[in-house]
Design a protein. Structure first.
Length: 409
């Protein structure tokens, strides 16, 4: 069939011919097939029966071409999706991560020495039950009568836990008086999105190496329940400050939110060069059972959840409905956590620079939202809104739906 197949160019890849060229080729084939001497040529105009059949064949050819173009694009890890992306991940021994629960950092009060064990339950004002991620002792390493640890929602998925919502103790422990969360929870997620999986695949390429920050980052990012991680390196002899945290000389600082301490310690042991120092605020240990049970201690930095805010200013003439404003809030909330399929942005993370401009695409995709004058962002108390900001390594950005404010100019 003339001019109907895909065209391959080593420089540009596969391309499909225009619809008009395909139809001309099919019509020519039909006219040749029905040619009879001394008879008028076959009328292939679209209004004729033959023309209708030709148009149907052209539609099938275009559907085939579209399918083949889609298939060819799925071999590119930057755009692959679904089962095709899963197949590329298998090359790197990666599997798409399942849904994760919301993790909330809670402040506890009570009698000094009271142990809050792993598995202790609390409840939010919205009725969600949360489980203690790791055992903590009140007053040990904290101000007298206080402690801080993380809880995770027992149901996986993007469940929002706003600030000061976790206030009820379910597991009664003598000496444990109160529980509260000063910041919103780090919202969980459904199954890993296309953009998140690709970012992790790209990072994991270095995981088979040893000694580089890429190797350590790729390994840490694949630990279950790790929601955010960055590895900061200092190759000089003196301590330096990066993203607001101290990195020791000839050392690293692992800023990590989520994940079990033991798994993190093993990753550092397996991937960090011997002799490199570590910085942070939390000690983790790894026992090498293959080498006389030698114990290795490292420091990591556990960040503090910090509220993130977005202000969207709409120009004169804008009159969005309540439903449209709620849709806008949801779109920006999803983009913040890397769940917006329109923008494809990865989630906002610690030790990074964030530009407010990343939120324009998801905002403009919401039906009924027009004349966007400005989008600005803020961190912490939400007092200073700017066009870009730096999130320190000791800050885990978290956001609630109410942190997205729509301002009508």
């Amino acid at each position: 069939m003339a001019r109907s197949g895909l065209i391959f160019d080593p420089a540009t890849g596969l391309t499909a011919p225009d619809t008009a060229d395909i139809r001309d080729g099919v019509a020519t084939d039909w006219a040749a097939a029905f040619f009879e001497a001394d008879q008028p040529p076959l009328d292939t105009e679209p209004t004729t029966p033959a023309g209708q059949l030709i148009d149907g064949e052209v539609a099938e050819i275009e559907a085939k071409n579209a399918g083949m173009l889609y298939l060819s694009s799925m071999f590119n890890p930057y755009v692959s999706d679904g089962r095709w992306q899963d197949a590329l991940g298998y090359i790197y021994f990666l599997q798409r991560q399942i849904d994760e629960p919301t993790v909330v950092t809670c402040q506890l009060t009570g009698l000094n020495g009271t142990v809050i064990p792993y598995g202790a339950l609390v409840q939010s004002v919205t009725g969600d039950t949360l489980l203690c991620n790791s055992s903590v002792t009140i007053g040990q390493g904290f101000a007298s009568g206080t402690a801080q640890t993380t809880f995770r929602v027992t149901t996986n998925g993007p469940i929002e836990i706003p600030p000061h919502a976790v206030t009820s103790i379910v597991t009664t422990i003598p000496g444990w008086d109160t529980v509260d969360n000063a910041a919103a929870g780090d919202t969980g997620c459904n199954m890993e999105t296309r953009s998140e999986f690709e970012a992790r695949r790209a990072a994991s390429v270095a995981a088979n190496a040893h000694g580089s920050t890429g190797a350590l980052f790729g390994t840490l990012a694949n630990i279950p329940d790790v929601l955010d991680v960055q590895v900061l390196e200092n190759i000089g002899p003196n301590p330096i400050t990066k993203f607001g945290v101290t990195v020791p000389g000839h050392g690293i600082t692992v800023c990590i939110y989520g994940g079990e301490d033991d798994a993190i310690a093993e990753a550092i042991y397996r991937k960090k060069d011997n002799g490199a120092d570590t910085g942070g605020n939390t000690q983790v240990t790894f026992t090498d059972a293959d080498y006389h049970n030698a114990v290795y201690t490292f420091w990591i930095l556990r960040p503090t959840p910090t509220n993130f805010y977005i202000n969207v200013t709409l120009g004169p003439g804008s009159a969005p409905t309540t439903e449209q404003i709620e849709a806008l809030q949801q779109a920006l909330y999803d983009d913040f956590y890397g769940m917006n399929t329109t923008s494809g942005n990865a989630r906002v993370g610690l030790a990074s620079t964030v530009y407010a401009s990343r939120f324009y695409c998801p905002a403009m995709s919401v039906d009924g939202i027009t004349n966007i004058q400005r989008i600005q962002i803020a961190l912490g108390d939400g007092a200073a809104f700017v066009d870009s900001l730096t999130i320190n390594g000791d800050q885990e950005p978290v956001m609630a739906l109410d942190n997205v404010q729509v301002i009508l100019s």
